[in-house]
Ligand binder design. Sequence first.
Ligand code: GLC
Length: 717
Amino acid sequence: MRDLRQLVSHMTIQEKLAQLSQLSGEAWNGGKLMGIRYGVTLDPALVRMAGSLLGASGAKTVRDIQTEHLKTHRHGIPLLFMTDVIHGYRTIFPSPLGMACSFDPAMVRESARIAALEASVSGLQVTFSPMADLVRDARWGRVVESTGEDPWLNALYARAFVEGYQNAPLDAGGVLACCVKHFAGYGAAEAGRDYNTTEIGDYQLRDSYLPAYRAALDAGARMVMTAFNALNGVPCTGNRWLFTDLLRGEWGFDGVAITDCTAVYELVNHGFCADNADAAAATLNAGVDIEMVSDTFFTHGERLLAEGRITMEAVDSAVLRVLRLKDEMGLFDNPYGHADEASEAALHLCPAHRETARALARRSMVLLKNDGGTLPIRDGETFAVLGPYADSRHMLDIWHCEGREEECVSLAEALAGRDGVTVLPCCPVNADGTSPAVPDAALDALLVKAAACDKLVLALGEHPSMSAEAGSRACLDLPEPQMRLLRKACVLGKPVAVVVFSGRPLALTEAHGLAQALLQAWFPGTEGGNALADLLLGRASPSGRLTMSFPHSVGQLPLYYNHLPTGRPKHGRNDPERFRSRYIDAPNEPLYPFGYGLTYASFAYGGVTLSASVMAAGETITASASVTNTGTVAAIEVVQLYLRDMAGSYARPVRMLKGFDAVTLAAGETREVRFTVDADMLKYHTPTGYQAEAGGFIAFIGPDAATENGAVFTLLG
Ligand code: GLC
């Protein structure tokens, strides 16, 4: 075992401070700058001694950079290469918000394993994933990177991502060390505006926002990234309570903490620090180790030490954590990791990876409406495909790593072999969210051609740049030219199916009212067009279920299913109609609830049966319901278990997802689906602990969070 403490003791202050500095790959002309540039003019000494790089990858690039670096580093400490492998490296899978709708953690884990394999042969060691932020407001563009609004499901997926990336010892090939982000509570950005402040009470923080980060760490994630936001007035990057008291103290995490991109500089913008030197001290003293893409540690660290504003002990501890990670990844013995050009050529976008991406994209798409069996399009039926996504390859959200749009399959390309298809691209949408006006005459001319077909498919949506980081929107409507196209199409008297490509839940109320069928495609990845064609043509049935509520209107946000009841719930007991928690101009309920999704079959549920109506501490009960495929084709039904705790020391959510079972049922088949309810499902986090409390509960079993199919049981003290 290498004596890393001895190595630290031989390092100069500047060498230590450089080891805690992550530069943009651009510093070596080999990578891509991620994030905001604050006019950083890099000291060549820092470039020579830096500890890690952001965004540089590719077997040749990494080997060249590492070779140059090791020529000049006095101790031969290798660089660590990190970047955002969020949902694929070169073969790109659906955005995480789409993948989550598969309700298949095993498939998500496999996507992470493939991503790690492709990234590892391209010289990367660390990925800034999973993003474990709980989200409740679709105005926030980064919902696309999340797995949704449920803490328990987010924890399941965070664990799956880590297990997929870290599928073997870290020095093995095909592995990425995980950096869970953004710690903490970034998804609660006020008004859905990115980087905005967050106010999260201790109960909500612990019971809703923190569990998924904790699950990633319990699964072995080696790093944590600071969030940009201020949490209850204290910016996360300088938040000692968050990183030292909670993360390292209470949770016992002794891995590496890294700031987000230029977040140290931003402590001055927050009004939390007076200048960059103050920001460097606040970050190090909070318990954060690496500064990303800025140079305050290196520039001010020596003076801060001399002034006693930081301690050498803190610097040494941070350096030691970074060196330990490098050692665990085997970099001291093999500084090039598993970078290998031949393996890159063989693995990137290989058929097996593409097939997995296609299968996961199919599972990610959610059928929201299908009146009259409009979908699938039957053999022999002709159809027109209109809209911006008729032939677009914008299948990737902006966090697509080394994925390339030109390697994606568009819907038009996927349909090329199918007779009777008329492709009529129109109504383009730009990266800035604008859409050029389209004259009525132009739309009418297209629709004359489309009217000759049996059905119309309108492939509509956002541009990928309209969501993701800094992609906040105050309006969630589809672009107006697309809505004009839809309104005109729906008076032709032909069935209209709308496919929505977006990185977030949009307000689809008008589209829902106009179209006969509605399918949410998200940004489905490299194989998105093929996956969509598989569903449109009935080669597979949609099976996705929403992990984030879709609103009727943006005015309902934040909107989430697991909300507290309030003292005057809309469907309350005896309060007059007016005096209840409701809008006078909109429903409370979502347009489509959490857990919702249709298939090409239909399902009926029997009532919930409990093995007992009383559950003693330490015991379990079984909740079950029969599920019947009342349709004509086999399909996957995601049977969901929700619990409600009727009374607690804190007000409890009206529903909590606590289990699901994705069952494939043949037409006419009935199956008894059983869930074991144990005490752990009944526990919840409060500022004073994690416990279950005696009292009444309801177990619901159904197809989504709106189900009322339930049975009551009591937990004894
Ligand atoms: C970005 C993002 C973060 C990402 C980092 C490095 O600003 O906030 O999610 O990992 O920079 O690219």
